[in-house]
Ligand binder design. Structure first.
Ligand SMILES: *[C@@H]1O[C@H](CO)[C@@H](O)[C@H](O)[C@H]1NC(C)=O
Ligand SMILES: *[C@@H]1O[C@H](CO)[C@@H](O)[C@H](O)[C@H]1NC(C)=O
Ligand SMILES: *[C@@H]1O[C@H](CO)[C@@H](O)[C@H](O)[C@H]1NC(C)=O
Ligand SMILES: *[C@@H]1O[C@H](CO)[C@@H](O)[C@H](O)[C@H]1NC(C)=O
Ligand SMILES: *[C@@H]1O[C@H](CO)[C@@H](O)[C@H](O)[C@H]1NC(C)=O
Ligand SMILES: *[C@@H]1O[C@H](CO)[C@@H](O)[C@H](O)[C@H]1NC(C)=O
Ligand SMILES: *[C@@H]1O[C@H](CO)[C@@H](O)[C@H](O)[C@H]1NC(C)=O
Ligand SMILES: *[C@@H]1O[C@H](CO)[C@@H](O)[C@H](O)[C@H]1NC(C)=O
Ligand SMILES: *[C@@H]1O[C@H](CO)[C@@H](O)[C@H](O)[C@H]1NC(C)=O
Ligand SMILES: *[C@@H]1O[C@H](CO)[C@@H](O)[C@H](O)[C@H]1NC(C)=O
Ligand SMILES: *[C@@H]1O[C@H](CO)[C@@H](O)[C@H](O)[C@H]1NC(C)=O
Length: 512
């Protein structure tokens, strides 16, 4: 797989190199820019995940900021200090009444749930059943069964944890256009994805008050490989310096069945949950790169992304935006471009990733259009249930390029230019433009880097691009490299270059 990908990349690069004149008519990265993009993605991935405020994230934002400066942009950094939760070692064991201690595999931890230290917390195990979903796929916190919870302060609670699904074919979303026939995007009607666990939050304060000192929860209808190291949900204790105090671990479905069986048959004396995860103050920056247009006026196009996360797919936005910035620095247009690379996406809301909006209000005031870019080049992986149990595997397709848009007519021109920018792209690039609607008084969610939603509902016409692969918030031993198709990311970048260029033509014509 890796060899053929690499071969495709080289072949395409050589083709591009021999085709300079054809390329100059439609904006596109040249071979040098393509190689740079590849090198930057590869080398960034080598350093490990860019968790909010870690050394690797700060290195990425600093090299991108310096490179934008070298390209000729005016660069500003907004520096923040925030309370960072840092999971280091975690493990699970069961002590049985017959004297045996079993070590059990985990798939990861529940972010921000707590810090047990290396000694862990040990207590009697109570099976609270299922953290169930309502039919509308929202979490039902009252579904957990606390009856029979032993008295005392150190109980370990187990429950299974089904993932919500989403359906972009339901009335909560309107399909406003696509780059291929909608029938080629069956995912529209079937968004299975562990990532939707992000909405299943619990009141840890209330759970601690019940005498719960640790939690073990299992994936349902999901393979262990797909559930592995998912950073879900991402919601920290409110305020600074405070932590939730119920260290919690995720296990795979079969491990969950083992625990449930042993508890039911009365064989378990205690469980020990180890989640060594200290918190400390950390720094992190939002980067703003301003590229002045030839006209010298204040109007701009806002191009937005986030910089933190677990994989080279989740936080490749800064590298995509740098390639775009360098392209337009070398091929100047009339309108300004503001590139905003925000931090705080994975901070469990300890660092508000939309703060730049209030701190630099001119960015919003000057914007005539906004384009949010993240997760380009994502290949699709799904659990395949054809054998009866889930097997996590590549589907052979790319993740649809989901694009959130506002259905108001004020955004029609942008939508049309965006659709036009896909002309000539391969059928493997499947883009669907969906618009969150209000149904029965409930506003469907606009997904994307924090603030994408704010832009989407403002008076700034906005394209919010967010491919949503199953592994979006998963840490992976290879950093996600094997799930990234650099050539597809290049094709997607070229779509955005074309869109920005056509917006500039409208700007010159006075119709933007
Ligand atoms: C923000 O932090 C960066 C990196 O440490 C530093 O170079 C820059 O001067 C700081 N900016 C401000 C405004 O303090
Ligand atoms: C204790 O019980 C476990 C689970 O039933 C079993 O696998 C193990 O062999 C038992 N150990 C002893 C010493 O009987
Ligand atoms: C989902 O259903 C539950 C239970 O009927 C209800 O309380 C909740 O408000 C609903 N949420 C949404 C977003 O519709
Ligand atoms: C998604 O919604 C559409 C429209 O209501 C429906 O036809 C389809 O069966 C739904 N998909 C699933 C997996 O339920
Ligand atoms: C939705 O996808 C899941 C997993 O990919 C699959 O098991 C299920 O059959 C699909 N449902 C429909 C209605 O396509
Ligand atoms: C969580 O539970 C605590 C303690 O019972 C309660 O004071 C608090 O209001 C709850 N928080 C929310 C958001 O419901
Ligand atoms: C395992 O997954 C199945 C569905 O695939 C579910 O019915 C069961 O409750 C799950 N068990 C646990 C312990 O998560
Ligand atoms: C948390 O600390 C940061 C950095 O000192 C500060 O900007 C922020 O206002 C504080 N938040 C709260 C809720 O106190
Ligand atoms: C985050 O910051 C934005 C912009 O300052 C603000 O509108 C929003 O209310 C903040 N969100 C939270 C949860 O504080
Ligand atoms: C699921 O697995 C079966 C059996 O291995 C295979 O025939 C099928 O093509 C797979 N489905 C998808 C969508 O990849
Ligand atoms: C976006 O939608 C809101 C209503 O949800 C509307 O007030 C606003 O004008 C729209 N903005 C654009 C640019 O389409």
């Amino acid at each position: 797989m890796q060899f053929s990908l690499r071969a495709a990349f080289v072949a395409a690069s050589l083709a591009a190199a021999g085709n300079v004149f054809a390329l100059s008519s439609s904006p596109a990265l040249d071979q040098h820019a393509e190689q740079l993009l590849h090198d930057r993605l590869f080398q960034t991935n080598l350093r490990g995940p860019r968790w909010t405020g870690n050394e690797n994230q700060n290195t990425l934002t600093s090299v991108v900021a310096s490179s934008m400066e070298i390209a000729g942009l005016n660069v500003e950094t907004l520096n923040y200090t925030f309370f960072r939760w840092d999971p280091r070692w975690w493990s699970l064991s069961l002590k049985l009444k017959n004297g045996t201690t079993m070590g059990l595999p985990t798939t990861g931890y529940w972010p921000y749930s707590g810090d047990s230290g290396l000694r862990g917390v040990t207590g009697a195990v109570h099976d609270a059943g299922s953290f169930a979903l309502f039919p509308n796929q929202t979490a039902n916190p009252d579904s957990l069964d606390w009856t029979g919870l032993p008295s005392g302060e150190n109980n370990i609670v187990f429950f299974d944890n089904p993932s919500p699904t989403r359906n972009y074919s339901e009335p909560g979303y309107g399909l406003l256009g696509s780059s291929v026939a909608a029938s080629a995007i069956p995912e529209l009607g079937n968004l299975t994805n562990p990532h939707w666990q992000s909405t299943k939050i619990l009141n840890w304060t209330a759970i601690r008050e019940l005498g719960v000192a640790g939690v073990v929860t299992s994936w349902v209808h999901t393979s262990d490989e797909n559930g592995a190291l998912q950073f879900l949900p991402s919601y920290g204790a409110p305020g600074n310096g405070s932590l939730f105090n119920v260290p919690a671990l995720f296990v795979g479905n079969s491990t969950g069945e083992t625990i449930r069986g042993l508890v039911r048959s009365g064989e378990v004396e205690s469980a020990t949950v180890v989640l060594d995860a200290p918190s400390s103050w950390a720094t992190s920056s939002t980067v703003i790169g301003h590229l002045a247009g030839k006209k010298g006026s204040s109007e701009s196009i806002l191009v937005y992304t986030h910089t933190d996360g677990p994989s080279i797919i989740e936080e490749n936005g800064p590298i995509l935006l740098l390639a775009m910035a360098e392209y337009f620095a070398a091929h100047p247009i009339n309108i300004n471009i503001d590139f905003v690379l925000t931090t705080g996406h994975m901070s469990g809301q300890h660092l508000n990733e939309s703060r730049w909006m209030d701190e630099r209000p001119a960015l919003m005031q000057n914007a005539k259009a906004a384009i949010v870019c993240e997760h380009f080049g994502a290949m699709e992986w799904k659990d395949n249930f054809s054998t009866g149990k889930p097997v996590y595997e590549a589907t052979g397709k790319h993740e649809p390029m989901w694009t959130m848009v506002n259905s108001s007519s004020a955004s029609n021109e942008l939508h049309q230019l965006y659709l036009d920018a896909f002309e000539g792209t391969p059928d493997t690039l499947r883009m669907a433009m969906v618009s969150p609607q209000v149904v029965n008084g409930a506003q469907s969610n606009w997904y994307g880097a924090g603030g994408s939603r704010t832009l989407g509902y403002s008076n700034i016409p906005t394209i919010g691009i967010i491919p949503q692969p199953d592994y979006l918030w998963a840490a992976m031993p290879d950093g996600g490299w094997s799930k990234l198709d650099v050539q597809m990311a290049i094709t997607q970048i070229n779509v955005i270059l074309k869109l920005i260029d056509s917006l500039d033509q409208k700007f010159v014509a006075g119709s933007l």
